[in-house]
Design a binder for this molecule. Structure first.
Ligand code: URA
Length: 440
């Protein structure tokens, strides 16, 4: 197609009428949007047409590729270690990246990880890392690659030059009712991840009350779209669909989640946090060819948590990015809250269910999240010592601690905190953390 023949409104009309767009049409549209020759209103109209009409896999791959190429592409070609990364669709208490990056690097992978900030009630890896005194999430591309080369893993924020078309399109989708579209979500997530240059990508697609995808059908559809689009663009991919009805671990916030991640990197930590970290890292290592099979990968990774090798990579990553490496030995060096207020159990019984959505809202209102994009967060705020389903509690015993800047803020949320935990007479059925594995 010559440039002269490209008429943006005809592309919008074709999608509106349910036709399949060609790779050239998609490429020209995104190129025009990135350079500014296609205005926001036409991009928004196309997004709405995609929302209603969907996109085939080839269209989704073409959109992803075009958005990926709208900015810098990192390349790790010729590197001695295979490169890999993980993407999570976002959860409550989801601190897995903090452990998965160092753990995977300790097993021989190179992990160039570009992460985001909290979105709505879900936390963001960058906010968590920034609670470590001095940690710099804004490295240049060269510095980023240098840390990956020296340490095996680096976690930074998205730069303005990485998939800029996604940054602009995401902002438009946010205000035009076009966020919940599987092809648009897929292209958005994948364009950023592919621009990072990792050869293997695993996805943690959360499913449940506090997740972007509340039901299993939608989670499956997103997982398949992510996997197949990655494969169409030459990557090795895999996905787990995991439960996000209840929080992960016993902490929700920023500094408290870093402290819990460090505990897990020392071979301790809550069982759910350890299990999911090992499962996702094992999938990554198997796909990348580091270990022959999943069972061996699990065993090797558990060893690296227990003997301190993964913690050592974390310590070196923090140091390489300007952070205080002693936090790995003494989490008291992380920001501490003004107050911590215990939430007493209203009755004796077994913890039946902890509502992740309510706990996420609670953490946000305690100061751990943002109400508006420009808000400052309180890195020390959040929830810790959270009970887990199946535990027995006596009336008056603490269900969790609320961490906040002052007593007024924490005490105002006591009733809501207690209501987020359901207590029953008998132990609940065991929680299934990994709901499904989706293969490519
Ligand atoms: N995360 C993204 O990066 N993009 C989306 O569209 C949704 C979640």
């Amino acid at each position: 197609m010559s440039d002269n023949a490209f008429i943006p409104q005809w592309v919008i009309e074709r999608k509106r009428d349910g036709l399949e767009l060609s790779e050239d049409e998609i490429r020209a549209f995104i190129a025009g949007f990135t350079s500014g020759t296609i205005p926001d209103y036409q991009m928004s109209a196309l997004a709405m047409a995609v929302f209603f009409r969907g996109m085939s896999r080839p269209e989704t791959a073409a959109l992803t590729d075009a958005m990926m190429r709208s900015g810098d592409l990192l390349s790790f070609e010729g590197w001695p270690r295979p490169t890999a990364d993980k993407h999570s669709t976002g959860g409550i208490g989801d601190k897995l990246s903090l452990m998965l990056g160092p753990l995977a690097a300790s097993a021989g992978l190179a992990v160039p990880m570009i992460s985001g900030r909290g979105l709505g009630i879900t936390g963001g890896t960058l906010d968590k890392l920034e609670s470590i005194p001095g940690y710099n999430t804004r490295l240049s591309t060269e510095e980023f690659k240098q840390v990956v080369a020296e340490v095996g893993c680096s976690i930074i924020g998205q730069t303005a030059r990485l998939a800029p078309a996604d940054k602009r399109l995401y902002a438009l989708r946010d205000v035009t009712g076009t966020v919940p579209s599987i092809p648009l979500i897929t292209a958005s997530i994948m364009s950023k991840k592919l621009a990072e240059g990792a050869e293997t990508l695993v996805f943690d697609v959360k499913c449940g009350r506090a997740a972007f995808m509340p039901d299993i059908e939608q989670a499956r559809e997103l997982a398949r779209a992510l996997i197949e689009t990655g494969q169409a663009l030459g990557r090795k991919t895999g996905a787990l669909i995991t439960d996000m009805n209840q929080p992960l671990g016993r902490t929700v916030g920023n500094a408290v989640e870093v402290a819990e991640a460090i505990e897990t990197l020392k071979g301790g930590g809550p069982a759910d946090t350890r299990l999911l970290t090992v499962e996702l890292t094992a999938m990554m290592c198997e796909l990348a060819g580091i270990f022959a099979d999943r069972a061996k990968a699990r065993r090797e990774l558990e060893q690296r948590l227990d003997d301190g090798r993964a913690l050592e990579v974390f310590r070196r990553m923090v140091k390489a990015q300007g952070g205080e490496p002693r936090v790995a030995d003494d989490p008291q060096l992380l920001p501490q809250p003004g107050v911590s207020v215990e939430v007493p159990a209203p009755q004796t019984g077994f913890v039946a269910f902890i509502d992740a959505r309510e706990i996420g809202r609670l953490a946000l209102r305690l100061g751990a999240g943002r109400k508006a994009t420009a808000d400052e967060i309180d890195h020390a705020a959040g929830v810790d010592r959270l009970v887990q389903a199946g535990e027995r509690v006596a009336r008056g015993q603490p269900l969790m601690r609320l961490l906040a800047a002052d007593t007024v803020r924490a005490e105002a949320l006591l009733a809501e905190a207690a209501a987020a935990v359901r207590i029953g007479e008998a132990p609940p059925p065991e929680r299934r953390l990994v709901l499904e594995e989706v293969e490519g």
